[in-house]
Structure formats: C-alpha cells, structure tokens
Design a protein around this ligand. Sequence first.
Ligand code: NAI
Length: 485
Amino acid sequence: VVNGVAHKVRDLALAEAGRHQIRLAEHEMPGLMALREEFGPHQPLAGQRIAGSLHMTVQTAVLIETLRALGADVRWASCNIFSTQDEAAAAVVVGTTGTVERPEGTPVFAWKGETLEEYWWATQQIFDFGVDAAGEPVGPTMILDDGGDATLLVHKGVEFEAAGSVPADAEGDSAEWRVVLEVLRNSLASDPQRWTRMARSIQGVTEETTTGVHRLYELHRDGKLLFPAINVNDSVTKSKFDNKYGIRHSLPDGLNRATDVLMGGKTVFVCGYGDVGKGSADALRGQGARVIVSEIDPINALQAAMDGYQVARLEDVIGDIDILVTATGNENVVTLDHLLALKHLAIVANVGHFDNEIDMAGLEALPGAERIEIKPQVHEWRLPNGRSILVLSEGRLMNLGNATGHPSFVMSASFTNQVLAQLELATKRAEYPIGVYVLPKLLDEKVARLHLDALGVKLTELSPRQAQYIGVDPAGPYKVEHYRY
Ligand code: NAI
C-alpha cells in the first residue's frame, strides 16, 4: 500500500517513465479525453466500483483514469500474464494530483511475466473493495472485462457455491483450469458465499473482445448469465477498427521486436480471416510477404480469395511456411503434427485471445523436445526431428507479449465504447434486463465522430432532402441495424 493505494506491480520507480508515456497517449486518445470533458463535471460514475481485467498497458492507463475522472472507484488486473507494461502499471498506482483530469492513484495488480497462480491471485484482488461501515465486505458494482476471465470467476464461483463444493467432474486437462479450480476451492473453504454475495452487487459487465463475448452469449443461452452484459467488441468502432487496424500495427511490431526477421519475400500463413485475420494478412502483405490464409467459413474464405490471398489448408502447405500466425479464437488450430512439419526456425505466433489455438500443451509434453530461451517471450524449441521452431510469447497474444499491443489512437475508439458502455449500465440499468447487448448505433457513430477532427476528416452533411430520400435522420443513425460496414 502506498498513499492508501493497494497494489502489486513490478516497480513503483517506473512511475515517472509511465506518466510521460500516458501523457503522450492522452494526446492520441481524443475520444477518451472528450468524455472526460463532457462527463467529468457531472461525475456520472460516482458510487460505481469497477473491477477491471484488461491488458495493463499505457492505453489502459488512460482508460482507467477516464473512469476515475467520471467518478468511479476502480481496481485493475491484466487479462494476460505477459501483456502488462510495468511502467504504466506503476504510474496508475502512483497517480498524480487528484484533480479531475489526473486522479489520485488507483489499485493495480499486474506485472509482466506473471505465473498462472499469480495471474489468478491478481484477478481476485480486483473484487475486493474493502468493508462497509458494518464491517461487511464490499464488492464491485461493475466488471470491465477482456476475454471474460473476471466474469468466469464470478459465474463459476456462484455455481460451485450453490453446489456446496467444486464438483468432481469439473476437473479438466488444462493446467490453467486447475489453477482456477484451486482458487475456487480455497474461497469455498474460507468464505462459502463470497461469489454469490459479489454477484448480487454487480450490475453488469462490459466485455472487450470476441472470445469474451462468445462466452457471454453461451452463458446467456444456457440461462446462466447473472447480470446484463454489453458486448463492446461488436460496436463497429471496436471490432472493425481495433481488431483490424490495431493488429495491422501490432502484429508486425511484435514480430520485429521478437525476431527482427525480414518479412518481405517470406511465406506467411494466417489462420482465420475474421477482423484480426484481415488486419494480420494486410500487414504482412504490406511488408512484401507472400500470404496464405485458412478459413472454415466459406464467406470469409471467399473474401480472402477476392482480396487476392491464396486460401489453403494448413497441412497442405505446412512445409513452405516461414511465419505461422493464428487469429481464429478457436482451439487446437495448430496441432503438434503441424508444429513438427514446419521448416527449421519457422516462427509461430498467436494473436487470438487464448494460447490454446496452438497445441502448446502437446509441445511441452513432447519427449525429446527442448526449450531454449532466446530472450523473454522468445523461445526456440528444438524438436526431436532435428529442426527448431521459434515460439513467441509461449503461444499467448504475441502483439502484447512481444510488443506493446495496439497503438493509442485505435484503442481510444475501443475504450470510448467501453466508457460509454459502463455509463449505459450505470445510469440506465433498468433498460438492460439480463442479456447481452451492443451499444446503440448512435453511440457507435459518436465514437467515430470523436476521432475525426484529429485526423483532419471533414464530414459531408446530409441536406434535409437527401436525408428524407434515404430515410434517415440528418443527425443519425445513418445505417440500418443489419448494415455490415
Ligand atoms: P472473428 O470471429 O471475426 O474471426 C475469426 C475467424 O476465424 C472466423 O472468420 C472463423 O470462421 C475463423 N476460424 C475459426 N476456426 C478456424 C479454424 N480452425 N481454421 C481457420 N479459421 C478458423 O474474430 P476476431 O475478432 O478476428 O478475433 C479473433 C481472435 O482474436 C479472438 O480470440 C479475439 O478475442 C482475438 N483478438 C485479439 C486481439 C489482439 O490484440 N491480438 C484484438 C482483438 C481480438
């Protein structure tokens, strides 16, 4: 605890370096800064306690301080063991002057290179807002999630508390899941109503990414969702920007910082041609690589073909690949057999949310395979067949593990959606019965609008007759709900 702010970060001495970066990021995040100006004076998040689980980067620091500037109490952890920028985490803990523009310190529990045990310890810390006057534990009113781990902890906790124990059939084969079960077993032993109580105080969750959103729709379909959720990912100004243009920047950034390998002329394979796959393929083609794409969906496969990419099955071209990128959000897309068939020193990089896109567990268990650390988050795996492969960030999100994630401007669009989603749930809770929602299109358009000036964009205005002709309000929304952009 420093200045009353609980935390666990790498080194508070990094705070000044972090603050400089945050200051520069603020300039590149016009959406968030506009929200501070618009809503700061009214403090619409006063009384809200937000538990945040999202990559603890410089851009996230600007998000956190925006939520604080709007009145919220906030506690934060990262949603990936490698994605924290330690200087940003330190700066958020130290805070600055306590003005609306720059709040006092905020509790952060995140550092680059956590173990899985440390990661789930940190995730638990974001739920603990102290005790009330009667000595009762105080939980969050809101979750801000990326990938759904914080939401998962609450839902599994409630389920197991209702059952009175962790059911025997809950065991799975993933090492991480075993850690989660251990956490929940311990909490059941020490406080058997912890998550049930917590769930009662939570008014909603706003979810950042494709994979987390997928989990939320499943929970709702199964009738298990405990509070309303806003799917931030499917705001157009999130997934069609961050997922695509963000990765177009941060994938090559990660490859460069990790390996500095020339991409031009190389054969690169991208698994998945969704938003992240599109940005990945575009970036690699821009570097002069020969890009091959795989898809399971005929629509995306046709899109990739018409964008000029070869579309193939991984096993059919595996021996030609220099760099293999996964961007599917699916499991076991790259199998151990694929890894063993790669060229000597081929690079394996995942940018999908979880590390199970690549059979890392299979590689780790492979007899005779040897792991050599080239540097943190870059490992050569010597295979029993005499060849080596280079695995980035141990199969986890490499654009955050090997680089610093997406740049500020595109994250401003994503995080402006996040703040608007938090405001919706905080101020209009009655309009959101339990379910999964996307933000109204007018707000999506607002997010885009807030980013136009900075790029010198001059919007054409509809004349009243034109508006009538195409059947829209001159102030928007300009498209029907099912328009796809
Ligand atoms: P998406 O749903 O738009 O695209 C995924 C694509 O993969 C789909 O077109 C699907 O048909 C395809 N696919 C599924 N299984 C496949 C398989 N076995 N082989 C080939 N293709 C397959 O999702 P989006 O938004 O592109 O996200 C993908 C992943 O990236 C998610 O896990 C998401 O959470 C994550 N993400 C990562 C970011 C980063 O910074 N690295 C940023 C945003 C999202």
